[in-house]
Write a protein that binds this ligand. Structure first.
Ligand code: 13P
Ligand code: SF4
Length: 379
């Protein structure tokens, strides 16, 4: 390290980045003191944002923790020059879209992607939209594209440019209502489960929803079904949440009478129908926080959050278990390690911005429109 004062450091200083390999061979515990020291040196110039699925060794250093909505608001409001995003790629892209031009976003490991976001590619979505126009699904009251936050920046831009918006699991219903005030149909990308759960909760029957499979001609949907549908669901899903099954809920009901089942709306419709509460990660936490001592919960979401909740609430007399005994791990969230965080922060001290996430200008403009509409509707 050259010990440059940060204000003197150029945004992207020349010079070799400290090699990540040197960090990766160090044990986790040895990173704590280094991360603390780096945080202190960086002071208010850097904030660490941490999604609830991050492991304990990482999230302990976050200035802001939250679900996707809360973190995007934090990113839009912070004045820090650097945002180090301990989450996945689409979250860091969102932070960059919402950031001021002088702010920079870092994702400690670029391999921290999201398999669901990868299920909708812009070329496929453009083809789908063309087919919808050709099949006259856009005729009459029209159709608006809506995308879940868990999508690439260019998908958000696609929606923004066509009058649509982005949403998270905590404001999907508000986003659907917003869209239905302006159009007769919604194309929802890329999570079929969140789309189905949201529309069904609004009273739209399953018969008025179709699934668009980008690998089939005309999405594998007949023109008749398309015309009758109010919601066109993209055929994407979260491989973590899709592992929770209705029989897991049945087992809890059988073996743990009185236990509440709380699941993320990325779970299948059949699971959500059997659950007591559906909610974003933040809502899951609040549900348990607000429950009286003696309550117990089987939670259908990522295992790091479930384990943390179990540990936190046990002394308060609340029991938390995972809905699926084999546990569901988001391997891409897990990519962010204390070693990656230490590496990113120590490079910032030297004025080197490693793993910067920068959304291309044209994409940013329309993606910002989609995100601003989302932030306007709140949750
Ligand atoms: P939340 O917005 O509920 O935190 O969800 C993000 C996510 O990726 C869940 O899989
Ligand atoms: Fe993506 Fe699923 Fe991981 Fe969330 S839990 S980041 S949707 S793969």
């Amino acid at each position: 390290m050259n010990g440059l004062l940060l204000d003197e450091a150029p945004a992207q200083a020349a010079g070799e980045a400290c090699s990540l390999d040197h960090y990766l061979v160090q044990p986790d515990e040895t990173m704590d003191a280094r991360i603390h020291a780096a945080r202190q040196k960086l002071g208010a110039q850097a904030v660490v944002l941490g999604h609830h699925y991050q492991r304990d060794e990482v999230i302990q250093f976050a200035d802001y923790t939250g679900d996707s909505y809360k973190l995007s608001k934090a990113a839009a409001e912070t004045n820090a020059r650097y945002m180090v995003f301990c989450g996945v790629y689409f979250m860091a892209e969102t932070a960059d879209i919402l950031a001021q031009p002088w702010q920079q976003v870092v994702l400690p490991d670029l391999n921290a992607g999201c398999s669901m976001a990868d299920m909708a590619e812009i070329g496929q979505v453009e083809d789908c939209w063309e087919s919808l126009e050709r099949l006259r699904a856009t005729a009459g009251a029209g159709i608006l594209p809506l995308t879940y936050m868990n999508s690439a920046a260019n998908i958000k831009a696609f929606c923004g440019e066509r009058g649509g918006l982005a949403c998270t699991s905590s404001n999907a219903r508000a986003a659907f209502e917003w869209a239905f005030r302006r159009a007769g149909k919604i194309l929802f990308l890329p999570d079929q489960h969140l789309g189905r759960n949201t529309a069904f909760a609004m009273g739209i029957p399953l018969s008025e929803m179709v699934v668009w499979d980008p690998y089939q001609i005309n999405g594998g949907v007949t023109p008749e079904r398309l015309h009758a549908a109010k919601v066109v669901l993209w055929k994407g899903h979260c491989s973590v949440h899709q592992r929770f099954l209705p029989e897991h809920v049945d087992r809890v009901r059988r073996e743990e009478p009185g236990m509440q089942v709380v699941v993320h709306p990325e779970c299948r419709w059949e699971v959500c129908q059997k659950a007591d509460v559906l909610g974003s990660t933040e809502r899951i936490i609040q549900t348990i926080e607000q429950a009286p001592a003696g309550s117990s919960f089987a939670v259908g979401t990522e295992i790091h959050l479930v384990n943390r909740l179990a540990k936190r609430f046990a002394p308060l007399g609340k029991r938390v278990i995972t809905l699926d005994e084999s546990g569901c791990l988001c391997t891409t969230m897990y990519r962010i390690s204390p070693q990656h965080l230490a590496w990113a922060l120590e490079n910032l001290i030297d004025g080197r911005v490693v793993n910067r996430i920068q959304v291309e200008h044209g994409t940013k403009r329309w993606a910002r429109v989609a995100l601003d509409r989302m932030l306007e509707i709140g949750r």
